[in-house]
Design a protein around this ligand. Structure first.
Ligand SMILES: Nc1ncnc2c1ncn2[C@@H]1O[C@H](COP(=O)(O)OP(=O)(O)O)[C@@H](O)[C@H]1O
Ligand SMILES: [Mg+2]
Length: 385
């Protein structure tokens, strides 16, 4: 039996490997013939992950239709549409192709959420041309593109002046303006199987300085594990509202005065090294394998609870040129990486893609894991001139 992997890049490898470990042959799709994950695929199809109908035709040529057990992806955004289309064609459970846009577009998502009493920050969709008709806004507000990811162009604004300059530079015709919720942010990583939502793990998020919303650190286990039942219910409400059948599901929430505000939910495993490194180190289990096993065999093997801590600490960098650095080793370091090369020009990050590096550590306690990450950072001797 085959599993189709939409995307064969580096990020896709843990998912491809999980499918292989479960005994499946892999059909990888990627427009880049040199995609790093292709080496683990049994059949390679060179095609953009967004061209869902062309992918369908390519699969048809392979005569494997009756042997496709699942279509999966590690990617986000419009790729959900590709997975939904193929699952519909192959009669595999995922989510309804006709309503997939409701999941991808933040404004449409909000409409469905509102109809289902899912608590989100108050918000409006503003067309650029309607800017002058705006009534009084409760500053500060958060501005964001209706379709976005990795905190690109997400900004806190305090005044009409800032709002105007944001609108003038916005690339989209519409912008989402939301009430700013002050509180603690968490990420809930889970999945839906047989229409039931399962929480896999919960992490706390520490942000960098405003007005941008750059993630500085993720900490596990979350201090909000006590909200497990309420978060499970929230995930289930989302699964029901959007008729999700079988998909990874990630929720970003802010906890403020004991209220859980949903900021974003997406049918993805998420990035930020959580599913790849931090969670497996903590739970000795991996969500890719658990999810794929669930959808192909029906068996849901959730990991045992663990008090082991893990931390994903980002290195922010600053304006200048990266001169040198080193990567020290330590038994509690799960992964450390600098995303730039010596000689590269650096900027202080305005979104998640512009961060300089990452250190992922584990420890008996959160404090110990953070301490290890701090020590490693010192020993990296990063020189920026
Ligand atoms: N209404 C809000 N109140 C407070 N913080 C917010 C709000 N909306 C977004 N944020 C912050 O901005 C980040 C990015 O917003 P989000 O809508 O998730 O965009 P992206 O798709 O880029 O992740 C969130 O993780 C959160 O830290
Ligand atoms: Mg988000």
């Amino acid at each position: 039996m085959f599993i189709v992997s939409i995307g064969a890049g580096k990020n896709q490898i843990p998912l491809i490997n999980a499918c292989k470990e479960l005994g499946f042959s892999i059909i990888g799709i990627d427009k880049n013939p040199k995609a790093e994950g292709f080496q683990y695929c049994d059949i390679k199809l060179i095609e953009s992950i967004y061209n869902y109908h062309d992918i369908y035709l390519l699969l048809k040529d392979q005569l494997v239709f009756d042997d496709i057990a699942a279509v999966v992806s590690r990617s986000y955004g419009d790729v959900i549409k590709t997975v939904a289309y193929l699952c519909q064609q192959f009669k595999l459970p995922y989510c309804d192709f006709n309503s997939v846009e409701n999941l991808i577009d933040k404004s449409q998502f909000r409409t469905i959420a509102q109809q289902n009493n899912i608590k989100m920050p108050y918000g409006i969709l503003l067309h650029k041309k309607d800017f002058n008709t705006l009534d009084r806004l409760p500053f500060p507000c958060v501005m964001k593109p209706p379709k976005g990811h990795a905190k690109q162009n997400v900004m806190l604004i305090d005044s009409y002046l800032e709002l105007r300059s944001y609108m003038q530079s916005a690339k989209h015709d519409t912008v989402l303006i939301e009430e700013y919720i002050e509180g603690d942010e968490i990420i809930v990583i889970g999945f839906v199987h047989n229409q039931k939502f399962y929480i896999y793990d919960i992490s706390d998020k520490i942000l960098n300085a405003k007005p941008y919303f750059v993630d500085r650190m993720h900490i596990l286990p979350s201090q909000y594990y006590n909200l497990y039942d309420r978060l499970q219910k929230l995930g289930q409400t989302i699964a029901d509202a959007f008729t999700l059948q079988a998909t990874p599901l990630l929720m970003e929430c802010i906890i403020s005065n004991d209220t859980i505000y949903l900021i974003e939910a997406a049918c993805e495993f998420g990035g930020e090294y959580l599913a790849d490194y931090a969670i497996p180190a903590r739970l000795k289990n991996n969500i890719f394998k658990t999810f794929v096993q669930a959808i192909v065999t029906g068996k849901v093997d959730m990991p045992a609870k663990s008090s082991t801590a893990a931390v994903v600490k980002y290195i922010m960098g600053r304006s200048g040129t990266l001169v040198s650095y080193s990567i020290p080793k330590d038994k509690n370091v799960i992964h450390a990486e600098i995303f730039a090369k010596s000689g590269d020009t650096l900027h202080y990050p305005k979104n998640n893609h512009q961060r300089l590096g990452v250190i992922i550590t584990k420890g008996k306690t959160v404090e110990k894991a953070i301490q290890t990450a701090d020590t490693i950072l010192e020993h990296m001797h990063i020189i920026i001139e």
